[in-house]
Write a protein that binds this ligand. Structure first.
Ligand SMILES: *Cc1c(COP(=O)(O)O)cnc(C)c1O
Length: 436
């Protein structure tokens, strides 16, 4: 596989941008090698600047549930762009997209658009503090909620890939009120509440952990957190930036039958453009300015191109059976991977929900349990990162683009065909043979 153009661009990029990338995990630090510079995407495929073709299981880290450059989404963006790209004034599309979301989520009476998931979670935390008049928040280790100061402690995603427990430049005071608890540990969370009576503003959780690899919540975890929040007058914040319209329709809160107080959305709702949102019950959202005293704003918030792409994406995603179809294909992929691993006697932990999936290569220290990894501490102990890196490059060279990190989830789109999946599994066979 020729990669001259990517190598040249990577050299140039490193001169003008830290690490040559505009978001850390893109730099391939977790797996080594030269990141591929992408020239274009079409359906389930991306093409790099050397004209290599890859079947894409990253999909811009989740947003592109309809695949790259879906004609209807592109048409909606063109149409919106021709009328002007930003006004700093309200538009009809914002009302339309917000109404769809409010109608779909029983937990959301009102919502506010922002431009990134980071802004959504940052605002949700501020809102929980404003509503409760309390300052402490609980997050889970390995949980990633964007890069706001108070949430950059024991965070997943790039922080996990680069093994950074904390972030330089974040003042101690910024995370002093952030209490970290292991994911899936209801007992430890209960103790935190008991030690901090009347002080916890809220819990922020990834209902499915997708930034430390892929970890499902245990059956009692989310309901238990919900009860704890109610008992202690804290707000339950569901960070569905990754899982919303992805792991379940419309979100995992429906699947798990939980009514959170605040929900964060992003990724899929922007259809590949920078749109995210936070929303919740009316009495909570009425705290947000200009109705209330919790200030939050954005020059490009509710951007016409983003809302157009979001509306077009959700409209297609609502096509009967489409969501179920992508879900089924994802299950087939995961079952296939499990089968291939068994045949080659390579220990993995693989699972999926909706069109979001993950698989860990397990090392020799891993206990003989069906799902030995239930939180970030276990992921760090049992993940065979070297084997993942080898797997990653074997697949990349065969034209399959998986996340360049052992600690990230993968995604499917409606553009991934049955043949794509069969071919992927054949490539897994060949790769697992080489892995030994
Ligand atoms: C991606 C992600 C974010 C951050 O979103 P950005 O748009 O990258 O700022 C927040 N929370 C979760 C769960 C995410 O997966």
């Amino acid at each position: 596989m020729k990669t001259t153009q990517s190598e040249n661009l990577y050299q140039r990029a490193q001169c003008v941008t830290p690490g040559g990338v505009n978001s850390p995990v893109r730099a391939f630090k977790g797996v080594g090698g030269t990141p591929r510079f992408i020239a274009r995407g079409e359906g389930a495929y991306v093409f790099d600047v050397d004209n290599n073709q890859y079947l894409d299981y990253v999909l811009s880290w989740g947003p592109l549930i309809l695949g790259h450059a879906h004609p209807a989404v592109i048409a909606a963006i063109y149409e919106a762009a021709s009328l002007g790209t930003s006004f700093g004034a309200p538009t009809e599309r914002e009302v339309q997209l917000a109404t769809s979301i409010v109608n779909l989520f029983p937990s959301i009476d009102m919502m506010r658009f922002v431009s990134s998931g980071t802004e959504a979670t940052m605002s949700a935390i501020r809102l929980a503090r404003a509503f409760t008049g309390r300052e402490k928040i609980i997050k889970f280790s390995g949980g990633f909620h964007g890069h706001a100061d108070m949430l950059l402690a024991e965070a997943g995603s790039g922080m996990a890939t680069l093994s950074l427990p904390s972030c330089a430049g974040v003042p101690i005071a910024a995370t002093a009120d952030t209490i970290i608890v292991p994911y899936n540990d209801l007992e430890a969370t209960t103790q935190v509440f008991e030690k901090n009576i009347g002080k916890i503003a809220g819990i922020i959780v990834e209902p499915i952990a997708g930034n430390m690899g892929f970890v499902l919540p245990s059956a009692d975890f989310l309901p238990g957190l919900s009860v704890l929040c109610k008992q202690h007058g804290a707000l339950f914040i569901f960070d569905e930036v990754m899982t919303g319209f992805r792991a379940a329709w419309p979100g995992t809160q429906t699947h798990y039958n939980i009514i959170p107080d605040i929900t964060c959305l992003g990724k899929v709702i922007g259809g590949g453009l920078p749109i995210a949102a936070y929303g919740g019950r009316q009495e909570i959202m009425e705290k947000v300015a200009p109705l209330g005293a919790m200030y939050q704003s954005g020059t490009l918030s509710g951007n016409p191109l983003g809302t157009a792409a979001g509306i077009a994406t959700l409209k297609i995603l609502e096509t009967p059976a489409l969501f179920a179809e992508i879900t089924q294909k994802t299950s087939r992929l995961i079952e296939g991977i499990q089968h291939v691993a068994q045949v080659h006697r390579i220990r993995i932990q693989a699972s999926s929900m909706g069109s979001m999936f993950g698989f860990y290569f397990l090392n020799g220290e891993t206990p003989e349990l069906e799902n030995p990894i239930t939180n970030y501490e276990e992921a760090k102990k049992y993940v065979h990162s070297k084997r993942y890196a080898q797997f990653f490059h074997e697949m990349l060279n065969r034209g399959y683009y998986f996340a360049p990190s052992a600690f990230e989830a993968g995604f499917l789109s409606s553009a991934h065909s049955d043949t794509d999946i069969e071919n992927t599994l054949t490539a897994f066979h060949e790769t697992f043979k080489v892995l030994g």
